[in-house]
Design a protein around this ligand. Structure first.
Ligand code: ADP
Ligand code: MG
Length: 387
């Protein structure tokens, strides 16, 4: 079956097309397209994502990104240009107008598209319905509704957090129970995975997400947005250039010793702010040293708490997901610590471009939930949707 996936939960406009052969217990995935239009340039100057601006960008980007994905998948077919324009009657366009009432810029782009191109050979639409920024989620969901209505393709709504976990199934097998750590710009959660579709949140951040902490600390250091990769780069320079890195800077490891599986990262950012105020000469070496300490403080807490959960619940696979899981040092230290603790544990994480937001993860999750179809009229978004 071919799955078209749409993901607009934050600031990336993502479309993927996935071909799946076989059934739920032994699928074979063939990625036909995985397109992302990043809005980094738009949000960079503000040092963060502005939902209404992101919503406007999604409206502008969706049809071009979709067209690119269809072309890539060799599913774009305009041969029947004239016949097709007759196939979609005007009454249908009136309903499309209603569906996209709040997305006027998207409506303007989708109409000529639907007049020009034939329905592609796609069996299912998967769309993220939460969690995320609601104005952004709505653009993707309304796009899915419009396509479902125009072409008569069924829709399955998909949870974004579950997608960050299940994207790992593209290349890996997991053993249950598994433990998942989802660490992104918006979330930091330790989740027990009993099996696919059966989850229990064991702990989460009580304030900022780990990625948010990377971003805020990077902003204090004047490193730009997104902060994670910038901090990781300076930290690795500090490690490789300074032969004996005796860090003068010591940041706290919030909640590292507590019995629960929760996190707190807002105090870390405040500690960076105060430490930074005391420094008069903010040269590159200072920034490298601070970056290394920020990264280490975040990694220490994530690793300690997650491996405690792994041990307590006897998990056999550790699944990492979300933008922060792209951090090389975090990956390396997770493996090292698991070995030190003599845990029999497979640790898996997505390749870099699948750790941050993408629609391929939405497509894979849609496949596992292909039975949970929802009439397009009834799909809603939920910014705080829980896994
Ligand atoms: P969200 O779904 O919340 O938008 P993503 O899953 O797209 O988040 O991840 C984005 C977050 O990941 C940002 O906060 C970014 O700073 C962080 N990030 C990306 N790459 C790295 C890295 N190499 N090290 C640490 N953090 C990273
Ligand atoms: Mg995400």
């Amino acid at each position: 079956m071919k799955i078209l996936a749409i993901e607009t939960s934050c600031d990336d406009t993502c479309i993927a097309i996935l071909d799946v052969k076989g059934e739920i217990n032994s699928p074979s995935f063939n990625v036909l397209a995985n397109e992302v239009a990043s809005q980094i340039k738009v949000h960079q100057k503000y040092g963060g994502v502005y939902p209404m601006m992101a919503k406007r960008e999604h409206q502008r980007n969706l049809v071009p990104v979709f067209t690119r994905a269809l072309k890539q998948a060799k599913l774009l077919n305009s041969k029947f240009e004239i016949r097709n324009s007759k196939q979609i009657p005007n009454s249908k366009f009136e309903i499309l107008n209603e569906i996209l009432e709040r997305e006027p810029e998207l409506y303007k782009k989708i109409i000529p598209f639907l007049r020009k191109y034939k329905k592609p050979d796609v069996d299912l639409i998967a769309v993220t319905d939460g969690p995320g920024l609601e104005p952004c989620l709505w653009v993707g969901v309304n796009f899915a509704k419009a396509l479902s209505f125009a072409w008569g393709i069924p829709v399955v709504p998909v949870n974004h957090i579950e997608s960050h976990i299940l994207v790992n199934l593209l290349e890996n097998k997991v053993k249950f129970p598994s433990m998942a750590l989802v660490v992104s710009g918006g979330h930091t959660q330790i989740i027990l995975v009993k099996k696919i579709g059966s989850y229990k949140i064991l702990g989460e951040t009580r304030d900022d997400a780990a990625g948010e902490c990377f971003d805020k600390c990077a902003k204090i250091l004047g490193l730009g947005y997104p902060g994670g990769p910038a901090i990781a780069k300076l930290a690795s320079q500090w490690k490789s250039e300074i032969r004996n890195p005796k860090s003068e800077i010591k940041l706290p490891r919030p909640m590292i010793g507590t019995k629960d599986y929760d996190f707190s990262f807002s105090g870390l950012k405040t500690a960076v702010l105060y430490a930074d105020r005391k420094v008069t000469n903010k040269n590159l070496n200072y920034k490298k040293e601070m970056a290394a300490e920020v990264q280490q403080a975040i990694a220490d807490v994530l690793i300690k708490k997650t491996l405690k959960a792994v041990k307590d619940l006897n998990a056999k696979t550790l699944i990492l997901g979300g933008g922060v899981s792209a951090n090389n040092e975090l990956q390396k230290q997770f493996k090292l610590e698991a070995k030190n603790k003599k845990l029999k544990l497979d640790i898996i994480y997505p390749e870099r471009n699948l750790s941050t937001d993408n629609a391929l993860m939405t497509a894979i999750t849609g496949f596992y939930h292909k039975k949970n179809l929802v009439n397009w009229k009834n799909i809603k978004v939920d910014g705080n949707l829980s896994i």
